[in-house]
Design a binder for this molecule. Sequence first.
Ligand code: OGA
Ligand code: ZN
Ligand code: ZN
Length: 339
Amino acid sequence: MTALLPEGLDPLALRDACPCDECRHPVSGQRLFETTAIVPEARIAHVTVDTDVVAVDWADGHHSVFRREHAADGRPARTLWDASFAPVQVGYDDAVASPDALRRLLRAVAEYGFAVVTGAPREDGTVARVAELFGHVRETNYGRIFDVRVSVDPANLAFTSLPLSLHTDNPYRDPPPSLQLLHCLESDVDGGDTILADGFRAVSELQACAPEQVALLAGQPIRFAYRDETAELVTEAPVVELDTRGLPRAIRLNNRSKGVPTGSTALVHAWYEAYFAFVAVLEEGEITFRLDPGDVVLFDNLRVLHGRTGFESGGSRRLQGCYADRDALLSTLAVLERA
Ligand code: OGA
Ligand code: ZN
Ligand code: ZN
């Protein structure tokens, strides 16, 4: 069994990472010892460092061999995109029948944050079948599958013919669903086009010209809330969530459900300036395209913002949507890419 060689060759990390059969279960590769019991006492007696192998003799007689592995992890890198980007498309029948076509679809979602499946059956429930190509549907208060159509008594502006500005769905959930799928069943209206924008590109552009504005959006939690007859969902979270390296992890942005920041007048004012700047950068990089009946757009709800243009309420337009989990998609992708 091999293990990633810990950076810096720290003795504690080295002992903790020992890949030998005594330390790791031979089938699952899972650690057999308790880190807190073994690692604090670890003392190196001798180390041999070669190009590909590092061998350690420990003071207590244990012996570890590490093979250097260069790829940090198997996850595809993100490629940021702007208004000139053309969506990756994969045919539904191909994605169902061919592991390589499915791999291309999932890789596009991992890398660009979205992709379009074309030519899916125009049948209720197809959207869940697409999610089940790589994972499970994440059910929410909107149901396992939800219909996006004009309704008489809408609990959500999504169920009107009004335009929807760029947003992420369900920012009032903790955690929000990380993937969203929208399947076009009917689209016999003028308008109702789909708009997408890369939220991570917008963070990176704002970071380059106004890092203090990204810091404000990341540092100030906002209340997001939704209520209807059967749900009352509230969460406090920043518009931009950064990871420990300062890279974007998640965007929560939704004009319909966002509250207002609290704090001193100066802080709140600066937050709004940052918010306006962020939305402007997002909109500069947006793409607009039409979902035809049979198209399914599959996107990372924590990275890619979506919206739609308004439409005449006369014709018929119906989408079905569902949510799923990004980690499941990345896992299926990694398995498909093992070869
Ligand atoms: C939604 C939504 C987009 C559309 O229901 O959350 O964004 O094209 N719909 O109707
Ligand atoms: Zn060991
Ligand atoms: Zn939405």
